[in-house]
Design a protein around this ligand. Structure first.
Ligand code: NAD
Ligand code: IPM
Ligand code: MN
Length: 339
């Protein structure tokens, strides 16, 4: 987060943009340890007045069960502020080797548009007959017409603005026989309004295989909440490291603040060692500036990220990129070059 903030400040300075930050300590496991909950009861009113939320990664499974920390924070923000689009670009950058043989920068460049407020992430269901041999659990998937249509429409609009004008839908209507045929039906109906956008669909299993086998096929990939979650870790893995992947949780109507955060989690295995790749956080901050109408400032951050990574300086880049650098060395190199 400090590296993300420094990059925003540098871009704002060089582009004459004024940015005010307010920092909050809630939505963290440390806050939970002190208060027994992730958020204060007035969190909605406190955050609602802001233009955007720049969010770090949350989760400390040794201290707070993951479903408690995430349902008590990030998932509340996404739902409360109706951030129904989760935009997750995935691009193979110069200087970042792909684990897939023979892929060069330019070969992988797609965006996952993930449904972000419903779908498989529902709290409808329950556990019954606990502790008996009849014990069972049920958890429902919810797809509303409004919920599916708005994210699919957003994805088609995005595809139409991109050069390749190609949209892929992630489905599983062969096995998940109620919700996924409904998803397909909505995608087909909405797609008919975008005759200039090429449309295809894959079942999620073979879609995952194709991310690895021919990632260049994809341009805009629209997916339900869970499928989008999985694809947006797999995509960045194909582009070298999940440490660079950004995301924008967007309320397109701008009725509420949107939230910008890296795709990765709190990385407990390396937390506190100072070696986490800051690019996911910094790139997310660039998406925030673009969302707020400061496209040039956002672009200056992205240009700087690309130029620093392209050099692959072993002292600067973090271990996930094959270097011996630190969060600070990589963050500072990017910030210094902005503008
Ligand atoms: P993770 O993304 O935290 O870590 C997976 C692997 O990727 C780890 O080996 C980690 O070291 C590595 N990694 C992640 N970010 C990195 C970075 N910036 N630089 C270098 N390496 C990086 O996923 P996980 O292990 O499944 O989850 C850990 C915790 O984070 C859990 O509590 C989980 O619920 C939470 N989580 C939070 C978010 C979020 O806040 N948006 C997202 C995913 C997971
Ligand atoms: C993400 C994360 C979250 C999700 C978790 C932490 C609840 O994996 O933002 O991708 O599943 O949405
Ligand atoms: Mn995820």
């Amino acid at each position: 987060m400090p590296e993300g903030l420094r990059a925003v400040e540098a871009a704002a300075r060089t582009h004459d943009v004024s940015v005010d930050f307010t920092e909050f300590d809630f939505a963290s496991a440390e806050y939970y340890e002190k208060h027994g909950e992730m958020l204060p009861s007035d969190w909605y009113d406190v955050l609602e007045g802001f233009d955007a939320i720049l969010f770090g990664a949350v989760g400390w499974p040794d201290v707070v069960p993951d479903h408690v920390s995430l349902w008590g924070s990030l998932l509340q923000f996404r739902r409360g502020f109706d951030q129904y689009v989760n935009l997750r670009p995935c691009r193979l950058l110069p200087g970042v080797p792909s684990p897939l043989a023979g892929r060069e920068p330019g070969d992988i460049d797609f965006v996952v548009v993930r449904e972000n407020t419903e779908g498989e992430y529902s709290s409808i269901g329950g556990r019954m007959f606990e502790g008996t041999d009849r014990e069972f659990v049920v958890q429902e998937t919810v797809m509303t017409r409004v919920g599916v249509d708005r994210v699919v429409t957003y994805a088609f609009e995005l595809a139409q603005r991109r050069e390749a004008k190609h949209l892929t839908s992630a489905t599983k209507s062969n096995g998940i026989s109620i919700s996924m045929p409904y998803w397909d039906e909505r995608v087909a109906e909405i797609g008919a309004r975008y005759p200039d956008v090429d449309r295809d669909q894959f079942h999620i299993d073979i879609l995952a295989a194709n991310f690895v086998l021919r990632p260049g096929h994809f341009d805009v990939v629209v997916a339900s909440n869970l499928f989008g979650d999985i694809l947006s870790d797999l995509g960045p893995a194909c582009t070298g490291t999940i440490g660079v992947a950004p995301s924008a949780n967007i309320n397109p109507e701008r009725a509420h603040p949107s939230l910008f955060e890296p795709v990765h989690g709190s990385a407990p295995d390396i937390a506190g060692k100072g070696v986490a790749n800051p690019v996911g956080q910094i790139w997310s901050a660039a998406m925030m500036l673009e969302h707020l109408g400061h496209a040039a400032a956002g672009q200056s951050i992205l240009d700087s990220i690309e130029s620093v990574l392209a050099e692959r300086s072993a002292d600067v880049v973090t271990p996930d990129l094959g270097g011996a650098g630190t969060t600070t060395s990589l963050g500072a190199a990017i910030t210094e070059r902005i503008g």
